[in-house]
Write a protein that binds this ligand. Structure first.
Ligand code: ADP
Ligand code: MG
Length: 655
């Protein structure tokens, strides 16, 4: 059942179990998870097992036990995905699991301790080291950080935190977040700064960080653009997008908040998470023609990562102790289902609107402007330049280029100094010239003053241009030029060895899993019997094995059924609660708002499908009033009718 081996190259599912916490140890909880690292299997035992109930085993692409290191997970599972992103694939890493099982530890880890750094900080190092070692490629790296809480998207890097962001769809590039901030980063330090900035924002504004983070999804987004001259002699740009997702806790929400009050948002809490589950179910059942991506912000945003153009890793995090049996089992089942998603990743080559292209074009433009001002041309000939400048002509010699920064600055300085000195000299000469009448002198002096002032303005403008040019150029990363590799040979060798070992382990596990599967399939074929007695014995053994399997499948079905009933009950409860809420609102409307006011409001309301919200039509619409096809008029009637039914029905749901 759960022993199907590997998922595909484009989708990997791994499980990770954290160590027992001190609290759990103190409370004397039993350990119920066993992990076979070599085989990539997790076995979970029900602490309240009925007699004859067998432990359940799940197979994944890899499993990481309590003693696993952050670097193990990275080298074996994550590194190949980041390498792909650097080549222009989209990549997504999800951490899924109950609160307190190590999602944040896996994604971020403890920053201060190098060994405990998680996927995100290690990937920073990986990305910039790769770029620093690249040749004949130009890179542009930028980062965004957002959060989805109660189906609202929050930009963790924006100054104005009250602004809610919207999802938009572009027929060419797919779903994106309008106005999401992103920062171009030149090195590890800068991208770490971006990450810290967002993390700080995340923790501010929540009184109970634990509760808050367990209900919100955090997504760190890195976009890597790379331009390189292809075999065709043309320059091509590849774009890889990396989503690093720390999901909300997968536990079933209790109906009460941590402090006993009923959370107002109870029914909304896990919409994104349950939509994620539904999308995965629909993707893997093989019969669904409709995949409900549009049901939540998370699934819309990460649509590509689920059955689309991306390579995806899901890390299912687990707690080892008996008290989390139900949640751990449900996490394992979720991950097991996810194994069957089929992605179709491809390199994103030469998409429209890359920032890198924009930068390149802007740099060329700025460079041309600077050249025009004579700031980039080399070996300027004093006299000719002076003359041209005096005639108000622009100097545009293009003999050779000297666009390195020092050259640029020096050119500018010398040129302006020369000009200024010359003007001052001329001014002094006028002052000393006694043949001029004072009126004439005054005029000439004023003229010169103005020229000096113009020169100053020009100097400022040029400086501004030069600063902008330098800033933009510094952001385009070129290995060995403005981003250096500081690892020494020994470190490099070590890195290589680590990668080889990781690859080796991965291959061994794949082989073992395949052998196990083949063993089961071919058992029958290989057996020949020497006697009837032996045949009976072997067949009895096999029968027992199959019977146990049958029992396991039956138990599985029963469990799934129970789970289904629980979910249904939850949904019914949520629905009842909403109905009750609606009745209250309706009661208030009916009794305390004059009908004409109500009608006025109702007539102005319309539903915006894109934003999933009711909105007001402007009072005086531009160009005359034109009701929308789905305008509230008819809806109001429906709602009236709907609510009346509820109110008059003496309330089966109100008990
Ligand atoms: P989550 O984000 O899933 O709620 P956390 O990442 O906050 O869980 O982990 C809960 C606690 O367990 C933290 O104190 C964390 O340091 C610890 N922890 C989680 N995973 C591991 C691990 N693999 N090794 C050591 N400690 C871990
Ligand atoms: Mg967390």
């Amino acid at each position: 059942m759960a022993n199907k081996p590997r998922s595909s190259e484009a989708l990997k599912v791994v499980a990770r179990c954290r160590p027992m916490s001190r609290k759990e140890e103190a409370a004397g909880y039993e350990r119920i998870l066993e992990m076979d690292v070599k085989l990539g299997q997790v076995t979970i035992r029900n602490p309240r097992a009925s007699p004859g109930e067998l432990p359940k085993t799940f197979t994944f692409d890899a499993v990481y036990d309590a003693s696993s290191k952050q670097a193990d997970l990275y080298d074996e599972t994550v590194r190949p995905l980041i390498d792909s992103v650097l080549q222009g694939f989209n990549g997504t890493i999800f951490a899924y699991g109950q609160t307190g099982t190590g999602k944040t530890y896996t994604m971020q880890g403890a920053w201060a301790e190098p060994e405990k750094r998680g996927i995100i900080p290690i990937s920073f190092e990986h990305i910039f080291t790769h770029i620093s070692r690249s040749q004949n490629q130009q890179y542009l790296v930028r980062a965004s950080y957002l959060e989805i809480y109660q189906e609202e998207i929050r930009d963790l890097l924006a100054k104005d935190q009250s602004k809610k962001l919207e999802l938009k769809e572009n027929p060419e590039t797919g779903v994106y977040i309008k106005d999401l901030s992103s920062f171009v980063t030149k090195n590890v330090k800068e991208i770490e700064h971006v990450m810290n900035l967002g993390s700080q924002t995340r923790s501010v504004g929540s009184t109970n960080m634990n509760e808050y983070s367990s209900r919100s999804h955090a997504i760190f987004l890195i976009t890597i653009e790379c331009s390189e001259t292809g075999l065709d002699g043309e320059e091509h740009i590849r774009v890889g997008k990396l989503n690093l997702v720390d999901l909300a806790g997968s536990e079933r929400q209790s109906k009460m908040g941590a402090h006993g009050e009923r959370p107002k948002e109870a029914s909304k809490i896990n919409l994104s998470l349950s939509a994620l589950g539904n999308v995965i179910s629909a993707l893997v059942d093989g019969k669904s023609t409709h995949i409900p991506y549009r049901d939540s912000k998370l699934t819309r945003l990460l649509q590509d990562s689920l059955g689309g153009n991306a390579k995806t890793i899901m890390v299912a995090t687990l707690g080892p102790a008996s008290h989390s049996y139900d949640e751990s089992l449900s996490t394992l089942r979720f991950a097991n289902r996810a194994k069957n998603i089929k992605n179709k990743p491809r390199v994103n080559e030469d998409p429209k609107d890359t920032l890198l292209r924009e930068f390149q074009e802007e740099i060329v433009r700025l460079k041309a402007q600077l050249e025009k001002r004579g700031m980039l041309g080399k070996k300027r000939r004093r006299s000719s330049r002076r003359k041209k400048a005096m005639d108000g002509e622009s100097a545009t010699e293009n003999e050779g280029e000297d666009d390195n920064e020092d050259g640029l600055e020096k050119n500018m300085e010398n040129y302006l100094k020369e000009q200024k000195e010359r003007l001052e000299e001329e001014k002094a000469a006028i002052q000393d010239d006694h043949s001029l009448v004072s009126e004439e002198k005054q005029k000439l002096l004023e003229e010169k003053e103005k020229m000096i002032e113009d020169l100053r303005k020009e100097q400022e403008a040029t400086e501004l241009l030069a600063t902008k040019y330098k800033a933009m150029e510094s952001k385009l990363l070129i290995g060995g030029r403005n981003i250096m590799d500081h690892t020494n040979e020994q470190q490099k060798m070590l890195e290589l060895k680590r990668q080889e070992i990781a690859e080796q382990k991965r291959r061994e596990r794949e082989m073992q899993q395949e052998m196990l599967l083949r063993d089961e399939e071919t058992m029958e074929l290989r057996e020949t019997y020497t006697s009837l007695q032996q045949e009976v014995e072997i067949k009895t053994k096999k029968l027992k094995k199959l019977y146990a399997k049958l029992q396991a499948v039956k138990a599985e079905i029963q469990d799934q059924h129970d789970e289904y009933i629980r979910v249904r009950q939850d949904l019914e409860e949520a629905q009842n609660e909403q109905t009750r809420e609606l009745k209250l609102k309706y009661l208030i409307i009916e009794n305390f708002i004059p009908p004409e006011e109500k009608n006025k409001i109702m007539n102005r309301l319309y539903f915006d499908c894109e934003e999933d919200q009711w909105k007001f039509q402007p009072l005086v619409p531009a160009g005359g009033y034109k009701p929308q096809p789905h305008l509230a008029g008819s809806i109001a009637v429906h709602i009236d009718h709907f609510l009346n039914c509820w109110l008059t029905d003496s309330g089966s749901s109100c008990n």
